[in-house]
Design a protein around this ligand. Sequence first.
Ligand code: T4K
Length: 368
Amino acid sequence: MTRKPIYVAQPLLPPLEEFIPYLENIWESKILTNNGPYHQQLEQALCEHLGVKHIALFTNGTVALVTALQTLRIKGEVITTPYSFVATAHSLLWNAIDPVFVDVDPNTLNLDPAGIEAAITPQTTAIMPVHVYGHPCDVDRIQKIADNYGLKVIYDAAHAFGVQDHGGSVLRHGDLSVLSFHATKVFTTFEGGAIVCPDAKTKQRVDHLKNFGFVDETIVVAPGINGKMNEFSAALGLLQLKGVDQALRRRKAIDARYREGLAGVTGIHCLQGAGETVANYAYFPILVRPGYPLTREALYKKLRDNGIHARRYFYPLISDFPMYRGLPSAAQSNLPVASKAASEVLCLPMYPALSDEQVDCVVELLAR
Ligand code: T4K
């Protein structure tokens, strides 16, 4: 039977007719970019929605990560996780910073604070953890280490849109947090991203850096980049924001349906959240373990043969890519938990338009 492929993610787009008035305004004003009206409105709206004070929009999450490191003038070595999308470590290389990989926690697959101290050297200037799958890192322990050693903390929060812990938005932690609004994310502006800043002064530096370093027409204070979000994306973001809560409710229902359906399947382990009070259900990762009749690779292929495009986020580990594997910290013996997770993980389709029948079809294939 041929049916439409089911992908790991699919953007939830608002009805096209609702976007037309935004487009008409852009056509009328002819302001397409450079801190235009929709850009300003979206920054304000996101601050309110996320419960943060300052946000700077970007063209994508990767440029935002690169700029976050520039903002804090990070140099030398940065401690980070191998278990992430490759953009995390690439942002370090783009700043001529040496990544130092530390293993992850077996329960959350986030950077394990227990390994951080041993990796600190006189060259270490910062820690870059990732809230993997939107589950918060152990922010208190990470901050304590950072304070003890005088290190900055930049969170790669690409997956953590809307996530809250007991004190509010998870994006308030560290010195900066970086979001991605890519098409596959919980909240999308086609391509896009943002840096969440703790104060107006830091946001001002970020705003200069994302606009070539311009302070005004004639003054350039830093070798900045072009990281600006355009008006089309900002307008889409404003519209998208209206439906994001409803979309999260649907994601939550899908998460529950998967968990219920997979509960009795021997060898399939569903990753739990990390104690967030508001989760965003950005991904549905399972770990394929001994006891399951197929290997992870065989299951991946079986699903694909049935039109279900699950993804191995995150395999290979970043530390196994050619530009990283020569680093002493990239050795598999240094990263046993991350290496095991990378060989077991499969992210199942997770997006609001996924129907109960489609979820059941995935579960049935896994259970059969
Ligand atoms: N840090 C972390 C921890 C990240 O996960 C990411 C990005 C970043 C930083 C960098 O942020 P950005 O610079 O991207 O803003 C995807 C995304 O491209 C990437 O944004 C994301 N993480 C990563 C986890 O996943 P691919 O190469 O796996 O995506 P792709 O194109 O294969 O898409 C997956 C599925 O989604 C497709 O099979 C179909 C569906 N899809 C995809 C696109 C692009 C759609 O339905 N519509 C679409 O427009 O990397």
